[in-house]
Write a protein that binds this ligand. Sequence first.
Ligand code: ARG
Length: 251
Amino acid sequence: MKKTLLALTTLALLATTAQARTWDAIKQSGTIKIATEGAFPPFNYFKGKQLTGFEVDLANAIAKQLGLKVEWISQPFDNLLIGLNQDRYDFVIASHGITAERQKAVDFSNPHYCTGGAVVSKIGGPKTAADLKGKTVAVQVGTTYLENVQKVAGIGRVSTFPKDTDAQAALMAGRVDAWVGDKFSALDVVKAQKGKLQVGELLFQEKIAMAVKKGNSSLVKELNSSLATLQSNGVYAKLSQSYFGSDIRCK
Ligand code: ARG
């Protein structure tokens, strides 16, 4: 028993002290490993067996621009940054807002879009932070929605769900008074629910970026320059238009 424990601890240590692949190593291998969740439409989700969404298309375009093939890995949202620090993939694109807390663990690229967390409820339900007093709210675990909802004065119960779509389902089933989620996801959900839901105010705004292992500056540099190219050559604008009908880059 003791031996096994020791072996496990050593393994964990080895994993965390291992080196992330630098840009040179990635380039030499010809393939970049990218992780996302695959359950956060319209940003990253599965259409049947096919991983798709704005961020998946954008990351594929970045890889193409860098002359690399892509190996996609999908992981529960809450595991994504942990796996990054265990060197299981080169970067993560999964709508992570840049926060001081996360910046202690990973490094972020320049933002690939700007957004906010919106209060969504059934018609007649809470629409503002003030309305949330004493109300129950559903959010995805490990997100900035959870962090910000907990700051709302007088908030009632906060229910956390492994997936954002589960939190939406709790709202539809009437198990909570509101769901707090991304404002662009909210627009899609409201549209799909045809008149049953309303989008209220934004509780907070955030800049969304790709994450690399802390200290992997050579990779961040390449991601930033590739993103800048796509944002100036029309590829980003076209992609954003097709998903959102507008350009969602940070202004
Ligand atoms: N933007 C929010 C955050 O930074 C939610 C991200 C959720 N992403 C996902 N793939 N489920 O925490």
